[in-house]
Design a protein around this ligand. Structure first.
Ligand SMILES: Nc1ncnc2c1ncn2[C@@H]1O[C@H](COP(=O)(O)OP(=O)(O)O)[C@@H](O)[C@H]1O
Ligand SMILES: [Mg+2]
Length: 193
């Protein structure tokens, strides 16, 4: 119970910190984070990169995605779908950000089922993971639905997972539960953890 409460407090704390950031600062920090992501070995050598579409004040992914297209990499984006009564991330290959996406839950852009194709998670070479908070041990707190914990079990064991976040989202320790999947990298505008 205390662990749940702590995750909840972290989510509340970050939600209020996020409101303080201007769009300009978010954009500049996102560019710094992009530079570090595109320099990662698994990004350089990866052919299929799973990304996410940012909303509110999350790290912007548009520069990472456009870099993927320029380099001829496949761009995979999540669609949250209810399967057997459970909300799950389903990965889709997206070829055109303008035409293949529409606003889904909470207004987040998601792949259109009739335009994008489901992508085999075993063929993903790098997953860029969003999050509310991360720690210096590469643990992650999300929005509380466990969506990425479930999804990350379906990628290859050797598929690297990189969380991206602003420095204010990094804690020394965040509570970890059995089902939480740790990451291989956490990248901020200042450092790679
Ligand atoms: N692999 C999984 N299988 C079944 N339930 C899971 C799995 N991963 C997470 N959950 C459930 O999702 C809920 C939210 O998980 P939590 O880790 O707190 O969320 P988040 O990762 O979004 O911060 C928990 O109640 C947990 O039991
Ligand atoms: Mg979790």
């Amino acid at each position: 119970m205390s662990k749940l409460l702590t995750k909840k407090l972290i989510r509340q704390e970050i939600a209020s910190l996020r409101k303080n950031e201007s769009r300009e600062i978010i954009e500049n920090k996102s560019i710094e984070i992009t530079k570090k992501v595109i320099d990662l070995e698994p990004f350089i050598n990866g052919r299929a990169i799973m990304c996410y579409m940012d909303f509110k004040n999350e790290v912007m992914t548009k520069y990472i995605i456009s870099h993927c297209f320029e380099e001829g990499k496949k761009v995979i984006l999540p669609l949250v779908d209810t399967i057997d009564g459970v909300k799950r991330i389903v990965p889709y290959e997206v070829k055109d950000l303008e035409r293949d996406l529409s606003a889904g839950t909470f207004g987040i852009l998601e792949p259109k089922k009739d335009r994008a194709e489901i992508f085999n998670p075993e063929e993903i070479d790098l997953v860029i993971v969003p999050g509310v908070a991360f720690d210096t041990h590469r643990n992650r707190v999300g929005y509380g639905a466990g969506l990425y914990d479930r999804f990350l079990k379906s990628v290859r064991n050797d598929c690297p997972k990189a969380g991206i976040a602003f420095e204010f989202q990094i804690y020394d320790f965040i509570p970890v539960e059995e089902h939480d999947i740790p990451l291989d990298f956490v990248i901020t505008e200042k450092r790679i953890i």
